[in-house]
Write a new protein. Structure first.
Length: 315
């Protein structure tokens, strides 16, 4: 049975998302995931109108993801079913309290149909479109994502997702060129400054003059108008072409785990942009929602009271 989320705003425009929906395979269980799909589910439960464009196999795991669309009340118009390739999986290798992700190759989400992807976004006319780098690892899906972005005049939101691989820098560079708004974590920003910043700037102290100069130069190089850096327990920093620099702390909570926290932060950044919230309000709400997700085991689930509490506190 699908959710009936309360609308954040009766005129809230759709939000588009392009990327992977997949299954995380743990030694003892399987969990539906994928950063874009986590964000889409959060948005639906928070009362937004997301359209997720992804591709899964015609198999039991694809059926499970399709059922998840229904549980969250997600528009399934962008859900492609692939008859030839299996639903994407990531094997999670556990070693004590540590884990390692093995992202398998040639999965259904590597074969997004470009025509369908562009048409899906054109149908809903989104105000903002979310995309990442991981889903662009294959030429087929990379082409589909870039053609879909080219077919809309929506604001483009890049949630960087760096992975090991020889094409990592090239994917990041091309994606930054396409983006208006960018979200990274602190480790990803260090990597970007190493690749594209002034020599030695990546080692500068946070919020120091040299750091601001280097980060501002990075934004200017790619014509990015807003860069949001999440820093875990140290809070967040935002550099915006209009508003300047803003910083904030993470609300103190008892952390159970940090699974889904970055996706939760991104969800509220998208919601705030689409809703027309003031930037400072959006960032505060994003940090608060992400902190609350850290009090849960895993990401928030359909029907979790966290969603209703958040909507109520923002009304």
């Amino acid at each position: 049975m699908s959710l009936d989320p309360l609308a954040t705003s009766p005129a809230l425009p759709p939000i588009g998302l392009l990327g992977e929906a997949l299954i995380d395979v743990f030694p003892d269980r399987e969990v539906i995931g994928g950063a874009p799909f986590n964000v889409a589910r959060n948005l639906a439960a928070l009362g937004a109108a997301p359209r997720m464009v992804t591709r899964v196999g015609r198999d039991r795991r694809g059926d499970a993801i399709a059922t998840e669309f229904e549980r969250f009340g997600l528009d399934a118009g962008g859900l492609q079913r692939d008859p030839l390739h299996a639903t994407g999986t990531v094997t999670v290798h556990m070693s004590g309290t540590h884990h390692r992700f093995e992202i398998h190759d040639d999965q259904a989400w590597d074969h997004l149909d470009a025509r369908q992807a562009a048409q899906c976004l054109a149908e809903v006319r989104p105000a903002i479109v979310y995309f990442g780098t991981l889903a662009q690892r294959s030429p087929t899906s990379r082409t589909a994502i870039r053609e879909a972005l080219a077919a809309t005049d929506a604001v483009r939101f890049l949630d960087l997702n760096l992975r090991d691989g020889p094409d990592n820098r090239a994917l990041a560079e091309a994606s930054l060129t396409l983006a208006d708004l960018v979200k990274v974590n602190d480790e990803e920003l260090v990597q970007l400054l190493q690749w594209f910043g002034a020599p030695g700037a990546h080692a500068a102290a946070w919020d120091g003059a040299a750091w601001h100069v280097a980060t501002g130069a990075l934004m200017a190089r790619f014509n990015v108008r807003r860069l949001v850096i999440t820093r875990g327990a140290q809070g967040w920093t935002c550099l915006d072409a209009a508003a300047g620099a803003l910083t904030g702390a993470s609300p103190p909570v008892v952390v159970r785990d940090t699974v889904g926290a970055g996706d939760a932060f991104a969800s509220v950044l998208l919601l705030g942009e689409a809703s027309g919230w003031p930037l400072a309000v959006t960032l505060e709400r994003a940090a608060g929602f992400a902190a609350q997700v850290c009090t849960l085991q895993g990401a928030a689930q359909a029907g979790d009271p966290l969603y209703a509490r958040s909507r109520a506190s923002w009304s």
